[in-house]
Ligand binder design. Structure first.
Ligand code: SAM
Length: 274
């Protein structure tokens, strides 16, 4: 991933079937590509409760916050409105363009407190340190096993002494056992309906995700794909331990609707490396 600063769309089995029947109307793209931008904006909503869970764990006066894989700023903008100074690192140029468009419309004091950088969270060197590094739930699942040590090492190198790494991880402990394939229809903010199809590939410990408009006559018919690595919070806690972090808190990310499948890990760099 660190060699290139863009995504190559994954050809999921389901996308192949859809594109074959859409013919020339069909467009395949990564979920974080420019072609997917309208769909991404429509289906990812801002959650101020989630930013609240993060913000209560950022120590006052701990200095600037670094967010990795910030997307269009679903977590960043609420954090900016809590008053934090933010640097956001994002790999996708399409996501950065959407983010920067939003930032241009934000109040001046928020614009002045936010810096956007292009980069790969599994291998970055920004030449400065932060009091807090944050990652929203689901983002670490985009990194392969081989890339995650690079993430932990880069975060370690960018934390001030005593700094905190706040890492959201989807944790499926309470979920029903997943079937190999499932489809679910849902509405975006615009009312437009979409289908999310997920296919587990147990041998690779990933899910192939395909998202597309429920209206299959759409022109263009944009089919977005992504590969999501299956990870539990326990696994991430183990990996953080091996990378020299102590996990000092493990909190369910709970909101008024009662969902508690995401976990927020609070980690600090171990002073004794043993
Ligand atoms: N934080 C945002 C949110 O909560 O809505 C976006 C989360 S989205 C699940 C993951 C984001 O990470 C996407 O914007 C994607 O482009 C970005 N991303 C994926 N791999 C990355 C990498 N290696 N380095 C930096 N960003 C990456």
């Amino acid at each position: 991933m660190s060699e290139q600063l863009e995504f190559v769309p994954v050809r999921t089995t389901h996308a192949d079937v859809l594109l074959a029947s859409a013919g020339e109307r069909g467009v395949l793209c990564d979920f974080y590509d420019e072609d997917a931008a309208d769909i991404y904006r429509d289906i990812l909503h801002e959650d101020s409760w989630e930013a609240g869970e993060y913000t209560t764990r950022i120590r006052p006066a701990s200095g600037p916050v670094l967010e990795l894989g910030a997307g269009t700023g679903r977590l960043t903008f609420p954090l900016l409105s809590h008053g934090w100074e933010m640097t956001v690192l994002e790999l996708s140029s399409a996501m950065r363009a959407l983010f920067e468009g939003r930032l241009a419309d934000a109040p001046t004091d928020q614009r002045d407190r936010c810096t956007v950088v292009a980069g790969d969270m599994s291998d970055f060197a920004l030449g400065k340190r932060f009091g807090t590094v944050v990652i929203s739930p689901g983002t670490i699942n985009l990194l392969d096993t081989a890339d995650r040590p690079g993430l932990y090492a880069s975060v370690r190198d960018h934390l001030e002494p005593g700094g905190r790494f706040l890492l959201g991880v989807p944790d499926a402990v309470d979920a029903e056992p997943e079937s190999l394939e499932r489809s679910q229809e849902f509405a975006g903010a615009s009312g437009r309906r979409y289908v999310l199809h997920a296919r587990l590939v147990p041998a690779e410990e990933i899910s192939e995700v395909t998202i597309y408009p429920a209206d299959r006559s759409a022109d263009p018919f944009v089919v977005c794909t992504s590969r999501v690595r299956g990870l539990t919070a326990d696994q991430v806690v183990r990996e953080l331990g091996q990378a020299g972090f102590d996990v000092v808190e493990r909190a369910p990310l709970v909101f008024a609707g009662g969902r508690h499948q995401d976990v927020l890990l609070v980690a600090t760099v171990r002073s004794d490396p043993s």
